[in-house]
Design a protein around this ligand. Structure first.
Ligand SMILES: C[S@@+](CC[C@H](N)C(=O)[O-])C[C@H]1O[C@@H](n2cnc3c(N)ncnc32)[C@H](O)[C@@H]1O
Length: 188
């Protein structure tokens, strides 16, 4: 199992499918889901994806082994996120593989910690190529904005290490693709 967790700082809960960037940058999250779950003409069935939105204490867990109706385009992915948010507190599984719940930042971190060895992804971390991974690795990223100092220190408190996939600050979705590639090449 591989897990990716993205902190969606700008997400407020409202999603206009005709304006994804204006909907709390849900386009960024949809691209991260795409990178985490999709292969060419297939789906990775061993991925957990977490989206945590601190403004609304919203935690969405996507279990790729269960997903149906997920397509590679951002709009339909955003529609499933919207459906998950609408069903918060009503349905445990809003659509196959989508599990929305209310959570604080600390509850989010505790959930990640319970899933495996946590790594914080940052361009100034240790080179991912010098790291040996357990079977259950959990990678935490920020979205289009940096983590606050407080968020960063809370993540570092549970993280085994801070890892870099390269010297440049790249898009979160691209960092996810590189991590997958790194683990795929090792046969993990
Ligand atoms: C777009 S970046 C963060 C925001 C960016 N630093 C800014 O000033 O707007 C999104 C996330 O991707 C991850 N990331 C970006 N470049 C990385 C790298 N070279 N190595 C590891 N993670 C990286 C980090 O988790 C980062 O928070």
């Amino acid at each position: 199992m591989r897990a990716f967790a993205v902190i969606a700082h700008k997400f407020r809960g409202d999603i206009n499918l005709n304006d994804l960037p204006g909907s709390g940058r849900v386009d960024v999250i949809a691209r991260c889901i795409n990178s985490a779950i999709f292969l060419s003409h297939d789906i990775r069935r061993d991925v957990l994806f977490y989206m945590f939105a601190p403004r609304v204490n919203f935690l969405l867990n996507i279990d790729s082994s269960r997903v149906k109706y997920l397509n590679p385009d951002e709009r339909s992915t955003a529609a499933l996120i919207r459906n998950a948010y609408i069903n918060l507190g009503r349905r445990e599984e809003s659509s196959p593989g989508f599990f929305p719940k209310t959570a604080s930042f600390d509850e989010f971190i505790a959930e990640l910690d319970s899933r495996g060895t946590v790594y914080y992804l940052h361009e100034h971390g240790r080179d991912v190529r010098d790291t040996n991974f357990d079977d259950d690795a959990v990678f935490v990223l920020s979205d289009s904005v940096n983590l606050s100092d407080e968020e960063e220190s809370r993540i570092r408190s549970v993280a085994e290490d801070t890892l870099s996939v390269g010297p440049r600050s790249i898009l979160a979705s691209h960092a996810i693709t590189i991590v997958h590639n790194e683990l795929d090449r090792r046969g993990l």
